[in-house]
Design a binder for this molecule. Structure first.
Ligand code: TUI
Length: 315
């Protein structure tokens, strides 16, 4: 299975499933569970203080002997510290998000570290491919958190046409149907975030998991366009207040201040009304807390059997 899949070969994993790098959510426990189940687990640096991040990197190595990744969020003031830790700990794979990763590729590629940027446009995909990225994660605007403007369907096929390196699709994928759809568009792997937030091994506050499991297709909203950093999260008191402030042209510095610490409040403290409950549009499909291994095996098995069913539709 997957013997000619370039992402599986590149990352030395069993199944072409990468865990989304959700800040405050994607810790060593979740990453190790996904890697042990045959996917690529990822520890998200987010805005973590460097000491805390280093402890997570040490912990993930203790919990798994399989490959794993570190995500560097380029909007974070501490992204340089995360880069230094990737070098120090010779992390096998680094993904980047929310910015242009030229310096990350330049520093890590010569060390043999596989760098896979998240991109949200064809132009960015072409640019990072030239800079030496090993693959790209094409993230559509269905995704949770900080997003671009293009949908997963339009982005994946156009990126797969534009670059020769392998494409990993993210945004709107939570099951075998999504995986097969991504493959049909030219991807060789998928990155899944929202469904893994609700994994049994995810340390997210139970209120956050319940908010996702209670969501439907209309539950998310995008705020932060005024800041130039659109963010998708589940509608609540926080998103309503934020949207009102944006509509009333509240100064950017004040909006920034209002948004600061809100993801942590929801994930860690379980304040799902005043905090930011980031989630993708696919939340409506996530209905249970299940071990990462069951999630991954169900997705792969469903995608494979669906591919056979679909082939028969052409008979
Ligand atoms: O980065 C993400 N998702 C995130 S980061 C995050 S933390 C945050 N919290 C509050 C406000 C903003 C961020 C929550 N979710 N996904 C990867 C991603 N990268 N999506 C879009 C992009 C992206 C956007 C622009 C990548 C490159 C890019 O380059 C443009 C530029 O000019 O920097």
């Amino acid at each position: 299975m997957f013997s000619s899949n370039r992402v599986v070969k590149l990352l030395k994993i069993k199944y072409p499933i990468v865990q989304g790098a959700m800040a405050w959510v994607a810790d060593a426990d979740l990453a190790a569970a996904v890697s042990n189940a045959g996917g690529l687990g990822i520890v998200a640096a987010g805005n973590m203080p460097p000491g805390m991040l280093e402890a997570e990197l040490i912990k993930v190595r203790r919990l798994t002997d399989k490959p794993f990744g570190l995500n560097i969020m380029l909007l974070s003031p501490t992204w340089n510290d995360a880069l230094a830790l990737a070098e120090k700990h010779k992390v096998p794979v680094v993904t980047t998000g929310a910015g242009l990763p030229g310096k990350v590729i330049e520093r890590l590629a010569p060390l043999g570290i596989t760098v896979i940027p998240v991109i949200a446009s064809v132009a960015h995909a072409e640019r990072v491919a030239k800079q030496g990225a090993s693959a790209v994660i094409a993230e559509g605007m269905e995704a949770g958190g900080h997003i671009g403007e293009i949908t997963t369907m339009a982005l994946t096929s156009q990126v797969a046409t534009a670059v020769e390196i392998p494409v990993i699709t993210a945004g709107g994928v939570a099951d075998g149907r999504g995986m097969l759809a991504a493959f049909a568009l030219g991807a060789e792997a998928v990155q899944i975030g929202t469904r893994f937030v609700c994994a049994a091994e995810s340390n997210v506050h139970i209120n956050y998991k319940k908010k996702i499991m209670g969501a439907n297709d209309h539950s998310t909203v995008v705020t932060g366009r005024a800041l130039g950093h659109p963010v998708r999260s589940i509608k609540n008191k926080f998103t309503q207040l934020f949207a009102d402030m944006e509509a009333n042209s509240v100064p950017i510095a004040e909006l920034d201040k209002f948004g600061s610490g809100k993801l942590r409040a929801a994930v860690v403290d379980g304040d799902i009304e005043n905090g930011s409950v980031m989630s993708g549009q696919i939340a409506g499909l996530v209905k249970a807390i299940e071990p990462a291994k069951e999630i991954i095996e169900e997705i792969v098995n469903d995608a494979q059997s669906l591919s056979r069913t679909i082939a028969r539709r052409f008979d």
